[in-house]
Design a protein around this ligand. Structure first.
Ligand code: IMP
Length: 183
């Protein structure tokens, strides 16, 4: 789906498909360089990271394994609580593996800092994070993210895997959702 197909639901286009593609290519070159000669395991966080994972994996010119986790924050609040429940765990044993967590967006950073600690306890040889988007609040939690795509403003965004009520994940770009859609 193109941004233009739902233009009335969006207030501002933040990233086009081309901008995202170019940035992912740039990040992939760094990853290839950093993991040259190593077997890398990409861990995607469902469901938002599906698009980033698919594009990063295909852009990489090194062999990678791919695995998936699904997590959800406890509670009814729209704010991330930092208390996380595993809905689907990895199939892989992380012992001695070089692991790269692939995420769509870091907002409060609470989900990712929990996830990082959880995976770190499983004995990987190395553990790093790649996130396509980062919001300003992410700086409050000192989560060490090695590969960042774009710093974006503190607005609710959709597209390229990110949803509102499960919609807009299949948008090719990333845009700010218009208030009339959620109010
Ligand atoms: P955190 O724990 O606050 O960093 O939450 C990160 C998760 O919240 C992401 O993986 C997304 O699923 C979701 N999220 C945060 N901001 C947005 C947004 O602007 N649009 C859609 N989902 C978001």
């Amino acid at each position: 789906m193109e941004l233009a197909d739902v233009a009335d639901d969006l207030t501002e286009v933040l990233l086009t498909e081309v901008q995202i593609h170019d940035k992912i290519a740039e990040l992939a070159r760094r990853v290839e360089h950093d993991y040259a000669g190593e077997r890398l395991l990409l861990v995607g966080v469902l469901k938002g990271a599906v698009m980033v994972m698919a594009d990063v994996a295909r852009e990489l010119k090194i062999h990678v394994d791919m695995d998936w986790m699904a997590v959800s924050s406890y509670g009814m609040s729209t704010e991330s609580s930092g208390v996380v429940r595993i809905l689907k765990d990895l199939d892989s044993d992380l012992t001695g593996r070089h692991v790269l967590i692939v995420e769509d967006i870091i907002d409060s950073g609470l989900t990712l800092s929990w996830l990082r600690a959880n995976l770190a306890s499983r004995g990987p040889a190395s553990l790093e994070i790649l996130a396509l988007l980062r919001k300003p609040d992410a700086v409050k939690v000192a989560v060490d993210v090695k590969y960042i795509g774009f710093d974006i403003p503190n607005a609710f965004v959709v597209g390229y895997g990110l949803d509102f009520a499960e919609k807009y994940r299949n948008l090719r770009g990333v845009a700010v959702l218009a208030p009339h859609v959620y109010e």
